[in-house]
Design a protein around this ligand. Structure first.
Ligand SMILES: [Fe+2]
Ligand SMILES: [Fe+2]
Length: 187
């Protein structure tokens, strides 16, 4: 099958009804898509992978099932092994090597996109004027967006080989065009 962003969206929305989870998928898609373009990679394929990385979370909300039990569903839906493997590699508990640019990028964008989203939700203008230094400050407050694993944010940037401030700036820039869909625009 041809992997397209549209097809991935259809699969995501077939298994995921929660608006928050769909928004998380869109946020990670925007960030991963940004890097695909920047690196001259296959943007459509990268976007599809990002959209699907947590597609089974509603079905399998615990780490003894997510994302490993989602993999057979993706195969059944016709997705190639390269996509399935990239999806699986975002999960720390599976200890899979992140040995491709896509895997490194997905891991680096997953928690940080969620965190930037959380930062935007408590600002009057969303992420419009959000700066890396304010994101960094919030990263140091354990009670803020407590579900976001800080160690994964730091390690993700490290593995991607990018300065954290630059990575934050990229993710914010990537998410700005979809701020409306992410619920980050007040009107
Ligand atoms: Fe996940
Ligand atoms: Fe995620």
């Amino acid at each position: 099958m041809e992997v397209t962003r549209e097809r991935a969206w259809d699969t995501l929305t077939k298994y995921t009804q929660s608006e928050a989870l769909r928004r998380h998928a869109l946020a990670v898609e925007a960030s991963v898509g940004f890097y695909a373009r920047k690196l001259g990679e296959d943007e459509e394929f990268w976007r599809a992978t990002a959209l699907l990385h947590d597609f089974d979370y509603e079905l399998h909300p615990t780490l003894d099932k997510h994302p490993q039990d989602g993999a057979p569903i993706l195969r059944e839906e016709g997705y190639p092994e390269s996509l399935v493997e990239a999806v699986l590699s975002h999960a720390e508990h599976l200890s899979m090597p992140r040995d491709t640019p896509l895997k490194k990028t997905l891991f680096a964008c997953d928690e940080l996109s969620g965190f930037v989203h959380a930062c935007g939700l408590v600002r009057p203008d969303g992420i419009e004027t959000l700066e890396p230094k304010s994101v960094r400050k919030k990263l140091k407050q354990p009670s803020f967006a407590a579900g976001v694993h800080r160690d994964e944010v730091y390690r993700g940037a490290e593995e991607l080989g990018i300065d954290l401030d630059e990575h934050i700036a990229n993710v914010v820039e990537a998410m700005r065009p979809v701020a409306g869909e992410l619920g980050l625009k007040k009107d």
